[in-house]
Design a binder for this molecule. Structure first.
Ligand code: SAH
Length: 267
């Protein structure tokens, strides 16, 4: 994905509110969305139309309310989405894989790279019906106080929107750090390992021990990180400097550490 990772990811996420009873909650949800950079609001058969209270509580997120798609059924709101997660205040209510908001956000951002995704919220009084949950691929539960686990609808939207924001920011950073550099080839990694082995010798890292075990562990570590070409060049630059400093230290050593303490003055 390219530079506009954030915009694209945010545009592909639908927030779907089903059967909302209080227009004020829709306004607060719109505000929660906008603060986190989300704008695509779907309202499935709200009980009452958007009113003054909704706009007052949106507090400047009027554009999100104005742009809301109002539809009759959940299936309509989900048309074109290939990944759908439903938020439930009660844990383990349905036989759906359940995740935390953090994992759900990562899941949705990953899926948003391939197309539209949706996050569904239920009614204030009764949540989502089982039929509605069955349209979802997974459930999300905010691990709240088990004795009092039901958040206000807009507060639940805020928690999820925040996690989505963090996931998008993390994704954007990865994207910036790795602007499509190809993964280092086998030969490049072997070149790096050869230089690493030479450097460890030059800085006397092994101190008489056999080098094999340390090199095996270091290979495992760097293979796990699967650096790209640019990162391998950076690592080799660090090694080259360490080798240079080791050479300087080796050249200076006889003069700075005379064989007999205090012998220098006698020369
Ligand atoms: N009394 C309802 C709660 C509805 S709260 C019930 O027991 O289901 C309105 C909506 O906010 C819920 O349908 C859900 O989508 C979301 N929500 C509230 N608390 C939540 C929680 N702890 N985890 C996930 N979603 C929650």
């Amino acid at each position: 994905m390219t530079a506009d990772f954030m915009t694209l990811a945010a545009q592909r996420i639908r927030i779907v509110l089903v059967g909302t009873q209080h227009p004020g909650n829709i306004g607060s949800a719109a505000r929660a969305m906008k603060t986190m950079g989300l704008a695509r609001l779907f309202l499935v058969a709200p009980e009452r139309p958007l009113d003054g209270e909704a706009f007052a509580l949106a507090a400047g997120a009027n554009d999100v309310l104005d742009g809301a798609c109002i539809v009759d059924g959940l299936a309509e709101a989900l048309a074109g989405c290939h990944r759908v997660l439903g938020c439930t205040a009660r844990s383990r209510r349905v036989a759906l894989p359940e995740s935390t908001p953090r994992d759900a956000a990562a899941d949705l951002i990953g899926a948003a790279l391939r197309g539209d995704v949706a996050l569904v919220f239920g009614r204030e009084r009764t949540g989502l019906t089982n039929d509605e949950l069955h349209l979802c691929h997974g459930a999300v539960h905010i691990p709240a106080n088990p004795d009092y686990s039901s958040l206000n609808l807009a507060a639940a939207v805020q928690v999820l929107a925040y996690e989505i924001r963090l996931a998008i920011l993390a994704g954007a950073e990865l994207d910036r750090d790795r602007p499509g550099d190809p993964a280092a080839s086998h030969e490049q990694m072997e070149g790096f390992y050869a230089q690493l082995a030479e450097t460890l010798d030059a800085i006397d890292f092994h101190k008489g021990r056999a080098p094999d075990s340390a090199m095996r562990k270091l290979r495992r570590l760097f293979n796990r990180a699967s650096p790209d070409e640019r990162e391998v060049r950076l690592l080799r630059g660090v090694l080259a400097d360490a080798q240079r400093i080791a050479r300087i230290a080796a050249d200076r050593r006889p003069a700075e550490t005379p064989a007999v303490p205090g012998a220098r003055g006698l020369d």
